[in-house]
Design a protein around this ligand. Sequence first.
Ligand code: AMP
Length: 283
Amino acid sequence: MEVIRTKSELKSILQRRRKEQSRIGFVPTMGYLHSGHTSLINEAAAVSDVTVVSIFVNPLQFGEGEDFTTYPRDEDHDQREARKAGADILFLPSPEEMYPSPMRFNLHVQEGADVLCGASRPGHFDGVATVVMKLFQLVTPDAAFFGQKDAQQAALITNMVEDFDIDTRIHVIPTIREEDGLAESSRNVRLLPEEREEAPQIYRILNEGASLAEKDGPWTAESWMQDAFQALSGELDYAEIRSYPSLKREQDRTMIAAAALKYKHVRLIDNVIWNTDQRRETE
Ligand code: AMP
């Protein structure tokens, strides 16, 4: 596995590989790699000749008062995990390398960024779209791999690729969970012990919400979920049922139950997606 820190080096290696007709698979991450990330890398490596993983904590997607400076980082651990999972190239740019001067242009997401996580994180998805667009320009991947854990992000990136005619196929990979159901997240290390004990309830409530939606309809289920989340110690940001991937408040063939909860040092998100014609989790 090659560790690369500059855009120019990355481009020249990939240009060479592209001339050899190699298929490039790409997994963008913010690091502190866990089994959710490594499952994306495994999937990429299975269908690519060259698997590129990036680790970049993107300042553009963090709002004021969010955890940019305290976001967990461990480069040695990440290098080991990325290599083991099958990465060929690990791209580790500094913020100065990615943004040598303040951006004069910015992508603005016109649809789907003002609901769910976007409602309480204004500008977040513009920052995500901007960095993913830059990374796609540098890597020019044939395929890129995103987690269902961040379902809104996966939906918006899929739209971006379609709107801008980018020749990258977006794969969305099921959420990897700890044994008790808590979705793997780099931020889980920041949960206090009593919060960690409570956190698996998030997935349990979302699953029950999805079952109830099938029985009593989405809006009854949504209000049940909101009550159930209010009973937890974490502060409820949102708990909603929407169509997926359109994220509208309407019934469709595929639906999502999604929630975000704020604990003392960390905000957790999770979701369950199901087909309404056949109650079955797609994860
Ligand atoms: P992050 O480093 O949190 O920005 O995540 C990088 C990629 O890994 C994103 O596409 C996430 O959706 C994905 N990811 C994060 N957690 C999980 C998980 N538990 N299971 C599957 N994918 C995940």
